[in-house]
Design a protein around this ligand. Sequence first.
Ligand SMILES: [Mg+2]
Length: 132
Amino acid sequence: MPKRILVIDDETINQKLIKNLLKGDQFEVVTVDNGTKGVKAYFDSIGKSPFDLILLDIVMPDMSGIEVLKKIREEEKSRGIKYGYGSSIPIIMLTASKESWMDAFDGGCDDYLLKPFKNEQILNKIKEKINV
Ligand SMILES: [Mg+2]
């Protein structure tokens, strides 16, 4: 079974880069270009075909990655899922600014990648979080 990865990033170039990097039969990548769609994709997946990991951009026009992160963690909490344990979904933030890291960790992310990232960095971080 391929690992399902949700990529939430408003920049098409980043979506393409990640999709290209994760192509093959190990991964199934779903990309969306804003936070609202990201939250919807996450909620829609619950109980059907859940994602194994989320790559989440912080700076987006409609809803920031931090807000998306909080919504997902709140939802997990409402189902009794504790952040960082068991079925809590690993979320890796994508950011160009160091300042946003602390907010992201406060909000319950698992890791971050500083843009511009190197291909092997993304792969390594993903492999640290899920068994592929
Ligand atoms: Mg962005």
